[in-house]
Write a protein of this length. Sequence first.
Length: 296
Amino acid sequence: MERQKDKVKEVSKDLKEKTDKELERLRDELIRLRRLKKQKQANQQQETQEQVEQEEEIDTSGVEDIEERFQEIDQLVTKEMERGDLKTYEEHASYIESELRELEKEIVGEEGLIEEELSTYEKLLENYPWLQEPRYEYMYQIPNKEKNPNDFESWQNEWAKVLFDYAKYAILHILYLRQLYTEAPFSNFENRKKAIREIAERLVNQELAEWLSKKKEKLRVYWKTLDLWAEEIYDWAYEMGRLEPILIYEIRDAAKEFSSLPKEDFEKIFEMLSEEGKGKIIKLENGKIAFKIDLE
């Protein structure tokens, strides 16, 4: 009899664990859909800003309806998680699943699935899967430069590619080496400070980066040349039909990849565009500069 009771307890425990896992999965799915919805709203807002100003008011009723359904499903999932009862869960699971699928269709719309934004590290893993493979643990150790020069050069070259793409994916033009100590994958190095310094030196030698401080703690990475940035800024200003002089802060407000370029780069780009006959530099009374593009 006691054995039978123990067996019942074990079965109940297994059922509860199964229920908890399933409900947690639904919760994760709900969170994923919320991210998709936010992504789509952000895309729509950006498209709206890039269009000519319209006087008509944007209809947000569809978004509000989706949000209400999100709340309903969220409450239902929460209740089932609190109950932790398998029978009750099974009664509602199919309904919750179907509602989540319908919401996903509405969020995605006719344009197809919206890609969830990956983190910088996840983007790196797509191109460098070895970063998290156990058999490549040796890559997080610096080869002896004197005893194994070929290994060191190979190691340095591979990691230079990773650091270069890290800056590109994170849209960072300036890297502070100290901040990389806690960022994946660089946080896994045995000797983080020395390893990152050696990798940065390789980019500098390749003329893909330059040190901005004597102590070599601040690195400017050129994952796109100033020529290309100048072309993109000019195209952006041309498409906007900017007739008045453009200030640096206005370029920063554009929310483009070039918006976070260092001030010194903007000055160089203005000079480049001026030399190409695409506009002229205007010096303001407060000592700042602006650029007036030539639309002709």
